[in-house]
Every structure is written in structure tokens, then in C-alpha cells.
Ligand binder design. Structure first.
Ligand code: HEC
Length: 133
């Protein structure tokens, strides 16, 4: 193949690769999660208050709600977004178990870990990053 015909291939390849990088960091998911996030934030705040008050059993319900979180169910999302969502649900389920067992130390650790799950998703998919957790 003559050189002149091969050259245009590279910009085309770059464009195709860029289009395939649908889960690249830096953009919001293609739907609005803000209304759902308000409820998530309220449940997280509720859990923090109940943990501080030592009312572990009362925090089981909000933790279970977070373990059931489905953001924009049925809509297409980047695979990485669904992965982070799934990891988050797992962390919330661990927290619910620790709360249910009334294991305060494990619950406190799980809650910290859950907040890292918020930050992990925000760092990639929230415009402006994890700031404001
Ligand atoms: C799987 C992804 C994901 C997880 C997990 C997640 N968030 Fe979010 N959150 C987002 C995205 C994306 C936005 C940005 C939405 C936008 O601005 O369009 C956001 C925005 C927010 C906002 C701002 C909402 C607004 O009205 O602007 C709050 C508050 C928030 N998240 C709280 C939390 C808390 C607290 C947790 C953990 C307990 C959490 N989020 C876990 C994806 C996630």
C-alpha cells in the first residue's frame, strides 16, 4: 500500500477510539441523578446522626434503602458508572449488616467506606469532581 493511502488511517483510528471511550472520566452520566442524590444524601445524613447517637438499629432501614439504590433504572449508563453503583450498593449492604448486628465499630468503618463509595463515583461522573461529597 502506498504511503499516501496509509496516512489518513491514523486520525480515523484516533476518532474511533475516542468514540469508544464512553466510560472515560470527566462527564456526567446521560441522565439526571440529582433528584435521587437528594434522597441518598438525606439517608447518609440520617445514618450519620443515628450512628453518633448510638441508635444503630434505627439506621438499618436507611442503610437498606441505600443498598437498593438504582439510579435511572433501565437507562443506558457507562459500564463504569454501573460498576461504581453496584460497589456502592455492596458497601451499603455491609453497613446494614453491621448495624443489624449492633456492631458499632464495624458500622463506623462501613460508613466511612460507604462515603468513599460516594466520592469514587463523584470523582468520575460528577461535574466538578468529588468536592462537596
Ligand atoms: C454511582 C454514582 C454515584 C454514587 C455512588 C453517589 N453519587 Fe452523588 N452524584 C452522582 C452524580 C453523577 C452527581 C452529579 C449530578 C449532576 O450534577 O448532574 C451526583 C451529585 C450529588 C449531589 C448533588 C446533587 C445536586 O442536586 O446537585 C449530592 C448531594 C450527592 N451526589 C450526594 C451523594 C452521597 C452523599 C452519596 C453517598 C452516600 C452519593 N452521592 C453517591 C453520582 C453518584
Amino acid at each position: 500500500m502506498p504511503r499516501a493511502m496509509r496516512q489518513p488511517f491514523w486520525p480515523l483510528l484516533a476518532a474511533v477510539l475516542a468514540a469508544c471511550a464512553g466510560d472515560a472520566p470527566g462527564g456526567p452520566p446521560p441522565f439526571d441523578v440529582r433528584p435521587a442524590m437528594e434522597a441518598v444524601r438525606e439517608d447518609a445524613a440520617r445514618i450519620a446522626r443515628l450512628l453518633a447517637a448510638g441508635a444503630l438499629a434505627d439506621a438499618v432501614l436507611p442503610a437498606r434503602r441505600l443498598a437498593e439504590l438504582r439510579l435511572a433504572p433501565g437507562l443506558d449508563a457507562p459500564p463504569r458508572f454501573r460498576e461504581l453503583e453496584e460497589t456502592f450498593r455492596g458497601k451499603a449492604a455491609d453497613l446494614a449488616s453491621a448495624l443489624q448486628a449492633e456492631d458499632g465499630a464495624a458500622a463506623a468503618r462501613s460508613f466511612d467506606d460507604l462515603l468513599l463509595g460516594c466520592a469514587a463515583c463523584h470523582a468520575t461522573f460528577r461535574p466538578g469532581g468529588a468536592a462537596g461529597r
